[in-house]
Design a protein around this ligand. Structure first.
Ligand SMILES: O[C@H]1[C@H](O)[C@@H](O)[C@H](O)[C@@H](O)[C@H]1O
Length: 591
């Protein structure tokens, strides 16, 4: 993959490759889009287009960067023959809620540890050293990192459903080991096994949901999984605080975590199927057909068949007779195809920025910070962080598909930047120094600055949760079907790497570069994140998973994607993607 390819300057061979992977990104589907333009309401949505786009709309088919005259297409070849994905059936909701139990486990297991560490005391045979506390905390992130690398492949081979069921078993084993732990290493082992479950769930639950969701509601349905995560963290904080004064209360908090995975396991086992996309990938067409009919009860037989045909064509993009060959081709395509590599670049970047802008430093250590600042019941105060995170995830749910991912990310990052700067300034005036596990406040007006810090943190968390905490988890929609699970696993592994790094270095940073320096560093990284979004993150709201691929073909198409999103908001899905194409000079001569 050359840099040229990433940024859209491509050789002919690259173009063929891209087109192959993204399924007629520059071929028949574009023709379909153009055909659709003929059945759209009397040209009203072309009003806003510039002349070049007008030329490309309805008259030309884009072949790479050249335009050729196209043949008219029968109306019956339009997407109207495919399932109309604009309704959410009961089964989709049930599947989404069931998959979101994985999100809940992700949140609960990363959330309960902060209170558990405070209340474990000597229960593991000794008083925990600072380093042992770090090992126990980090074991889950490490397990999640390892599992997120493997579970993409496993999910493609065995299916999303069985691997999610495997994660349930790991959650339960991990919890049992921790509940029974009487040594530090046993606790670490339990956390590691539980981390495997967290990693699988964090990767496959969003993939599962985005493969089922109707495009119009995909953003929202994936956020339901994020509700699970932030809700799980809130519940874990609350239970942890409630049980913290009870002897061995932390074991009860861990024990409670066994019930949601049991529920998910049973729901999958007895009632719920795998995604039609996966089944088609495996050639189980009649099963996929049956499930599509159930998911879209209003669809006709022909529409379902047509959707299956489209999914089959998408799969043909990935050659190979057995799983290993397909895996090899998948990995190769992920790195050598323009749209797939761009998707990889964007999704990994988004997950990195989600973590490196510092949010989890608050999630894991807010109690420590509030204690240092002088709050008496710091565990209770730190519930504010988890509660704000949850509440603003709910806000994101209501606005994501309306506002759009890109605008939401930018608004989120601007807010985070402002509040991080405020935090940094407030810490400067509070004049606090960390030594070992002690903090010394030097300011005479610590009360005022303490309040400012709380306000800045709430503002920061709210800004984070409304975009940055959720949008990166929409990663599945960026990848072509053939490499969706694999690509998502790279991005998820990036997330866990970031989480590991931040949790392992935050306290050290507070000591070595002071809180002011630490939050200023996060602010600097947030600024870089804004630049990243401005340059590389197109608006994919309202686009089908296949259309997202077209947007990433030949470049990032930032401005064009925004134009389409705006027009689709106004005129609906009939607005063809082809309005995005711009003929290069000399195209006029070809007409
Ligand atoms: O999206 C989630 C969510 O924002 C959680 O609160 C956070 O702890 C995770 O790291 C993140 O991936």
């Amino acid at each position: 993959m050359s840099l040229f390819k990433l940024f859209g300057k491509k050789h002919d061979s690259d173009r063929q490759h891209d087109a192959k992977l993204s399924h007629s990104a520059e071929g028949s589907t574009t023709v379909k889009d153009l055909a659709k333009s003929k059945i759209a309401p009397s040209g009203e949505y072309f009003e806003n287009l510039d002349d070049n786009s007008r030329k490309s709309t309805g008259q030309y088919e884009n072949k790479g960067t050249r335009f050729q005259k196209i043949q008219p297409v029968d109306d019956e070849d339009t997407d109207d023959d495919e399932v109309q994905e604009d309704k959410v059936s009961g089964l989709i909701i049930l599947l989404t809620l069931t998959a979101s139990i994985s999100g809940f486990m992700f949140g609960y297991d990363t959330g309960y540890i902060s209170s558990a560490l405070v209340s474990i005391g000597g229960d593991l045979g000794k008083t925990l050293s600072y380093g042992e506390e770090e090992y126990i905390t980090a074991a889950t992130s490490l397990g999640a990192l390892i599992a997120s690398i493997l579970s993409g492949v496993l999910g493609d081979y065995f299916g999303r459903r069985p691997i999610l069921m495997l994660s349930n078993i790991l959650f339960v084993i991990g919890a049992i080991v921790q509940c029974a732990a009487h040594s530090v290493w046993m606790m670490i082992s339990g956390r590691l096994v539980m981390g495997f479950g967290v990693g699988i769930g964090s990767l496959l639950a969003p993939v599962f949901i985005s493969e089922l969701a109707p495009r119009k509601y995909r953003g929202r349905l994936v956020i339901i999984n994020c509700f699970g995560t932030t809700g799980g963290q809130l519940v874990a904080y609350a239970i942890g605080a409630g049980l913290s004064r009870i002897k061995n209360g932390w074991r009860a908090a861990v024990g409670i975590s066994m019930f949601p995975p049991l529920l998910q396991f049973l729901a999958f086992l007895f009632f719920l199927p795998d995604t039609p996309r996966f089944l088609v990938m495996k050639g189980r067409i009649s099963q996929a057909h049956g499930i599509l009919m159930k998911i879209y009860p209003d669809a006709t037989e022909e529409q379902v068949n047509s959707s299956i045909k489209e999914l089959q064509e998408l799969n043909r993009a990935l050659p190979g007779g057995n799983v290993l060959q397909r895996l090899w081709y998948g990995a190769k395509l992920l790195h050598t195809s323009g749209p797939a590599f761009r998707a990889l670049f964007i999704t990994c970047g988004m997950q990195a920025l989600q973590q490196f802008t510092g949010f989890n430093s608050l999630m894991y250590f807010s109690a420590t910070i509030f204690k240092a600042v002088g709050f008496k019941d710091s565990t209770a105060v730190s519930i504010i962080v988890a509660a704000t995170n949850f509440i603003f995830t709910v806000v994101a749910f209501f606005i994501i598909d309306k506002v759009g991912r890109r605008r939401l990310m930018l608004a989120s990052l601007y807010g985070m930047l402002a509040f991080l700067v405020l935090n940094s300034v407030a810490f400067h005036f509070l004049d606090i120094t960390f030594h070992g596990s002690d903090a010394i406040v030097n300011s005479s007006d610590s009360h005022t600055w303490g309040i400012v810090i709380i306000i800045a943190m709430i503002g920061y968390v709210a800004s984070y949760a409304v975009g940055c905490g959720n949008v990166p988890w929409q990663q599945g929609e960026m990848f072509p079907q053939a490499v969706r699970a694999l690509g998502s696993s790279y991005a998820t592994a990036t997330n866990w790497t970031g989480s590991l790094v931040i949790s392992a270095t935050f306290l050290t940073m507070l000591q070595n570069i002071s809180p002011t320096g630490t939050f200023a560093l996060f602010a600097g990284l947030t600024l870089l994140s804004i630049i990243f979004i401005l340059l590389f993150f197109p608006e994919l709201s309202g686009m089908s998973l296949e259309e997202s691929q077209k947007v990433l073909t030949g470049g990032f198409h930032i401005r064009e994607s925004m134009k389409i999103a705006k027009m689709r908001k106004k005129y609906g899905n009939k607005v063809p993607l082809s309005v995005m194409e711009k003929p290069e000079s000399g195209v006029e001569d070809m007409a």
